[in-house]
Design a protein around this ligand. Structure first.
Ligand code: BTN
Length: 234
């Protein structure tokens, strides 16, 4: 569609109206109220980028395994971006930002509807910077900025969806997903700085626990944090 508040909101409405089929894709050239993580806004210049949502009805996943879906989608987006940028380091910054040489190129917002401890449906929202040349935040990048090439967004969406579908089909391959996620995790085993409550804390990222919390080693102790409990300063 040309213009919508947010493809995630549109997808949620279709689900609420019981008007949604598995793997329906909602793509918009322009969002005027795009949503980001932690109640932020997702800014994307119209017609230049990919902003879309996929409606997904997972078969086997319980609410405890919610993060598994986030991981799979992060890896699919990472895979697509690294195919476009074969000589760049493309990583997943927990929980699910995609970075190219430490600059953000894509963001993911998965919103789940949970019913009796099962995920009844998920809205997988993906924003990928494609042809945009300027960003308010200097730590952002796009396929154009990395390659100096313009891309046809419609063609790219189709290629992207093939990769996402492949990854979604392998959602139950837990150990393969976990190791691919760790292998591509930004700052794994490195000392990084975080804002935790009022404090600036240096800690080593050890991985992600079964609830999708970030596992940190702080001095000699291991602690696990939810997305709302910390902020990356590194
Ligand atoms: C983030 O990094 O904060 C997540 C950004 C997610 C943005 C996408 S764009 C398509 C979909 N619709 C939205 O309103 N948000 C997601």
């Amino acid at each position: 569609m040309q213009r919508v508040d947010s493809t995630n909101i549109y997808a949620s409405k279709l689900i609420a109206e019981k008007n949604a089929q598995n793997k329906t894709v909602i793509f918009a050239h322009e969002q005027f109220a795009g949503k980001g993580q932690k109640n932020s806004a997702w800014e994307s210049k119209s017609h230049l980028n990919l902003t879309f949502s996929i409606i997904f009805f997972p078969k086997k996943i319980t609410a405890q395994q919610v993060f598994q879906l986030n991981k799979v989608i992060s890896l699919a987006v990472r895979q697509y971006v690294s195919e476009k940028l074969p000589s760049s380091k493309v990583q997943v910054k927990w929980p699910n930002d995609i970075l190219v040489n430490r600059k953000k190129i894509a963001g993911i917002l998965v919103e789940n509807q949970i019913n009796a401890d099962k995920i009844a449906s998920s809205v997988i929202g993906i924003g990928l910077n494609v042809n945009q040349k300027q960003f308010a935040r200097f730590e952002a990048t796009s396929l154009f900025l990395e390659t100096e090439r313009l891309f046809n967004t419609r063609e790219e969406l189709l290629k992207f969806l093939v990769i996402i579908d492949l990854y979604l089909e392998n959602l139950s391959q837990k150990s393969a997903i976990d190791s691919e996620y760790l292998a591509n995790l930004y700052l794994l085993n490195e000392l990084a700085e975080f804002q935790i409550g009022q404090d600036k804390t240096k800690a080593t990222i050890c991985g992600v626990d079964e609830f999708g919390r970030l596992s940190l080693q702080i001095d000699d102790k291991f602690r696990h944090f939810d997305i709302k409990e910390l902020r990356f300063l590194s």
